[in-house]
Write a protein that binds this ligand. Structure first.
Ligand code: ADP
Ligand code: MG
Length: 595
């Protein structure tokens, strides 16, 4: 297959926004109803219906299905069907125009205020705030009172009261965008402000404008109908849904169909526009599309086609992984990130998992206890055994009880994993209390002892410190203390020293090493640095593109790497005083595809 046809096929498999919209049954129903209505009202002039304004006092208040009047006649003998079609035409047109006007001016104000910032922003937004300070239906009434009743004036009033809604939304988005690097770059390249707003910022806020519009059109149709109902919109004899409702109000008991029919029409229009609008929003929002805003499942979705049994070498190991496969759902199906890897870690052993960034190390680590966020994560095959028990066939609650107690994680960036509003003492104590039924005081005492174990100076006092008051190395020690809180058998450390400088890294490594020897922990140490592996790991597995390409004792792999990728990784550890020779050596290594 040639590259282009491959690409074309991939494109055709990727769902477009349109397909997503049509997959949503409610939105599709809304779309078809609205489309049918629009065709109907557009065709009003050529439909075989009466003139909606022809009065026939003799034939007034005829019931539905009577001769020549499918839906009957109103109190002046006008054909309700004709008035309904022409009235819907007016209501749809007014609602839609009002939202286009509101979207245009509101977005313009939002863009200018958000981009300009400072005083301009302040003045514009205070003006908008003043508009928002009035109950908007009162505001609309006041505007119509000043301009005089009439359909056009009702349209302006509805548009004006909805401007603040757009202005606020769009300003918020624009403020976020105005300081992004690509806008700075455009400014430095000498683009004018107008052109930056139009070509850099507008394309980014356009989907938001469309989304906001789609969710407000229905509302605006309702507001227009409301003004007409009060006699401030469409003037007699012109029909729109609101004025029809208003006229039918006094006949509610004698001839209910006169008001019920336009009422049902308003309901159908607003309902289907809202359904369609919600569908449009979901189809256009990339986060919703990827399922990122869904609540993740408590355990990664497990959908194993093969459940490889623990191999002989894995028996008796603290942690044994057999043919583990993890992927991510995407619009093109499941994209594999970990493609069938196997390894085992014995009690008291340290296994290094090494590979460049993106090779699947973190996904591997998280898969072990089903911690990969689902959606989009899914475990497609293999097994993980801890103390000989298959994790993926356990119940969710049992897997959760393993987390933090039997198996503990230490993550790369301690500032993002610690809660900024609680003291470190409280957080370590919480980790203790999650798995142990101890009192608050006992937990606190244990937390202080743990902080001491990880060599935090003056732990009793430091326990009252907040994460931002600690150095990076100290925060990482707190992370390790939390991992040790429940005497785990296995610690999985995912690049715990990557964010630290070399001297602090050395301290942390020494600490982990000491703890491992003291407590007989099994340690899975993930890194991209062979220097670190050499320091603390007994064995090492080299990972690349989701596969393990080489595994063995650290000394053997370091001394005699077999796979060209491993050779390159090792060569990438610079040594003091090597300088130019180091780069030269790198260049002479065999090329590995994709490295
Ligand atoms: P690393 O080895 O640097 O820790 P990861 O394990 O984080 O790499 O990532 C492995 C692969 O999985 C990468 O190609 C990444 O793009 C992909 N991946 C990770 N998380 C997600 C996610 N939430 N959705 C889709 N793909 C992901
Ligand atoms: Mg990672």
């Amino acid at each position: 297959m040639s590259a282009t046809t491959k690409l074309a096929r991939q494109k055709s498999r990727r769902k477009t926004a349109w397909q997503l919209l049509m997959n949503n049954r409610l939105a599709a129903a809304g779309f078809y109803i609205i489309a049918a209505l629009v065709v109907l009202v557009l065709a009003a002039p050529i439909l075989p219906i009466d003139n909606p304004d022809t009065i026939d006092l003799v034939g007034r208040l005829q019931p539905a299905l009577s001769d020549g009047h499918l839906l009957g006649t109103d109190h002046l003998g006008r054909d309700i069907l004709a008035r309904l079609i022409w009235g819907s035409r007016v209501s749809l047109a007014v609602g839609l125009s009002a939202s286009i006007i509101a979207a245009f001016f509101g977005s313009l104000i939002g863009l200018v205020a958000g981009y300009a910032g400072g005083r301009i922003d302040n003045i514009m937004m205070r003006g908008i705030d003043m508009l928002m300070a009035f109950p908007y239906i009162l505001l609309a009434l006041a505007i119509v009172a000043v301009l005089g009743p009439g359909l056009m004036n009702a349209l302006y009033a509805i548009a004006v009261v909805n401007i603040p809604f757009f202005a606020r939304n769009i300003r918020g988005i624009t403020v976020g965008l105005a300081h992004r690097e690509f806008v700075d770059a455009a400014r430095l390249s000498g683009k004018s402000h107008t052109s930056i707003v139009l070509t850099e910022i507008l394309p980014n806020v356009l989907p938001i404008i469309v989304i906001t519009m789609s969710t407000t059109v229905g509302w605006m149709i309702l507001e227009t109908a409301g003004l007409s109902f009060l006699g401030l919109g469409a003037q007699p004899p012109q029909a729109d849904l609101g004025s029809m409702l208003g006229e039918g109000r006094s006949l509610l008991f004698t001839a209910p169909s006169v008001s019920i029919i336009p009422g049902v029409m308003v309901f159908i229009i607003v309902m289907s526009i809202n359904l369609l609008g919600d569908g449009v929003r979901d189809a256009l929002d990339p986060r919703l599309r990827a399922g990122a805003l869904n609540r993740p499942l408590p355990v990664t979705r497990i959908d194993r086609s093969d459940r490889s049994e623990t191999s002989a070498s894995g028996k008796g190991a603290a942690l044994s992984v057999e043919n583990l496969q993890t992927g991510f759902e995407s619009t093109q199906g499941i994209v594999p990130a970990v493609k069938g890897i196997s390894f085992a870690v014995q009690k008291g052993e340290c296994l290094g998992l090494i590979g460049e960034s993106g090779s699947g190390k973190s996904v591997t680590a998280l898969s072990l206890l089903g911690l990969v966020a689902s959606p989009p994560g899914v475990i497609t095959g293999g097994s993980v055994a801890i103390d000989g028990r298959d994790i993926f066939s356990m119940h969710e609650t049992e897997i959760a009880s393993y987390r933090g107690s039997k198996v503990a994680y230490v993550f790369q960036d301690p500032l993002t994993t610690l809660h900024p509003l609680f003291t470190i003492g409280e957080q370590v104590a919480e980790a203790v209390r999650t798995h142990q039924p101890v009192s608050r005081n006992e937990a606190h005492a244990k937390a202080v002892a743990l902080l001491d174990t990880v060599r935090i100076p003056d732990p009793a006092k430091r326990a009252a410190a907040y994460p931002h008051e600690l150095s990076g190395g100290q925060r990482q020690r707190v992370g390790i203390a939390m991992a040790l809180a429940n005497d785990p058998d296995i610690i999985i450390a995912d690049e715990p020293t990557t964010a630290l400088d070399v001297t602090v890294q050395a301290e942390i490594l020494r600490l982990l090493q000491a703890l491992r020897q003291e407590r007989g922990l099994a340690l899975l140490f993930i890194t991209h640095d062979f220097g670190v592996v050499a320091e603390i790991c007994d064995r090492v597995a080299v990972m690349r593109h989701g596969e393990i390409v080489e595994t063995g004792n650290t000394a053997d792999i370091l001394g005699n790497p077999q796979h060209p990728y491993t050779q390159r990784l090792i060569a990438c550890v610079p040594r003091l005083g090597q300088g130019k020779a180091f780069l030269e050596a790198l260049r002479q290594l065999p090329k590995v595809e994709g490295v």
